[in-house]
Design a protein around this ligand. Sequence first.
Ligand code: FAD
Ligand code: NAI
Length: 472
Amino acid sequence: ASSADEKDLVIIGGGVAGYVAAIKAGQEGLKVTCIEKRGVLGGTCLNVGCIPSKSLLNNSHMYHAIKHDTKQRGIVGVEGVSFDLAKMMKAKDTSVTSLTNGIEFLFKKNGVEYLKGAGSFVNEHEIKVDLNDGGETSVSGKNIIIATGSEATPFPGLEIDEQRVITSTGALSLEKVPESMVVIGGGIIGLEMGSVWSRLGSKVTVVEFLNQIGGPGMDAEISKASLKTLKKQGIDFKLGTKVLGGDPSGDKIKLQVDAAKGGKEETIEADVVLVAIGRRPYTAGLGLENIGMELDERSRVIIDQEYRTKVPHIRCIGDVTFGPMLAHKAEEEAVAAVEYISKGYGHVNYGVIPSVMYTYPEVAWVGQNEAELKASDTAYRIGTFPFSANSRAKTNLDTEGMVKIIACPETDRLLGVHIIGPNAGEMIAEAALALEYGASSEDIARTCHAHPTLSEAFKEAAMATYSKAIHF
Ligand code: FAD
Ligand code: NAI
């Protein structure tokens, strides 16, 4: 049933998926409401994810570089450099609030109604909102988008208190540097947050079940290179090792670990344990049962290619449904889902979603890796170029890492690009563009790149893919 004040679109969740959809809908002239219960917009990404982690990564890196990497550069007088953790946290909070306030401004600018509260389905069109300030209201929509995001997967038997047993959220606001930290899970969160606290002086040990770090998608050769540099920076790794259980009752937290391949069981101790074993979709309190909506075996809302759930006017995007849990993927889906509603068509190329790990050096990739190509029996050839042969990396005294390009041997079309090195996260944009446009490695190699730039390593890796690099 529709009523006069029914909205064209109601969005539950004001994270990257939800807020971008709301702004886009406003721009498309739809009457739109966005419901967010956190009290601020921006979701995980802006409040306890991408943004605060990158602030701590940047500032801890600057501190670490000043402490360990000035002598060869002729910089003197910085002995005894130290840091003020509270101020570092404040700088992080300032970046977060300036961005979240910015979204509220964009809502106003685009005529988006913003309801602060928790939304739950009453029926297929009506949503009850428990307002943060008390009381409740309800709103109904011709179209609805579920964008409720994800949460950290808990480790069975280790209760999270965000002080000693923490998720990434606790790791973004510790009040002092723990003497020792064990990270369960050597994926992106474990390596980024492990890097932050290791640089600030904590003895960090990463325990990873697999024999490879970096989580799903990272190319094995690049992962190996990253492991080597992180070890050199002082992080310890226990690979192929499973955490069996933990006991936080004593002064130190005790963890039982077991070499996955039948090695010996041992107990390791830490002041703080970071649980970073993945994230899971979040739908608690959403009232999905009231609309008969079921989840898949990994608790994801099931959708079709137009983001429709089994109730066609209810769509779902971002971390709470299929695909990589990345902010830019959520953003692409938000624009496409709204375009499906307003225009009838939309598009996201899931083959070209870049990934970046913001450690030092950064690791970035887009497209397929070697293991994936082998698994699908796809022929490929490789071109690589090390930053040690790149002029800008040399002038910067920052030569660790390489660019690796994988292309089709018959057509030379790019299949994947994998980079470890300075500024890899920015450089990968060029690779994404090339893949999106169906470029060949020769197309890239014949595109003039400015000298001296790190991007020339990308160009030369492309040359090496179909012919030979000049400088290596
Ligand atoms: P979320 O951002 O989780 O937003 C969902 C929102 O919905 C939340 O604010 C929640 O309060 C709200 N909500 C839930 N239920 C209700 C309800 N019933 N009513 C009202 N509101 C509700 N990705 C990157 O691409 N790059 C990075 O560098 C990066 N770094 C990260 C670092 C960390 C430590 C973490 C944890 C994640 C990081 N991510 C990163 C992942 C990124 O944060 C997520 O992919 C992104 O936030 C997903 O957006 P979303 O809108 O789907 O979900
Ligand atoms: P992840 O899936 O990247 O890595 C989890 C790791 O934990 C895996 O390597 C897994 O093998 C390991 N593991 C699981 N159980 C284990 C156990 N019992 N003992 C030891 N190891 C175990 O998940 P993570 O790091 O928690 O991140 C979640 C998501 O957040 C990522 O998938 C990513 O999408 C997003 N994210 C993205 C960032 C970025 O883009 N820079 C930064 C941080 C998070």
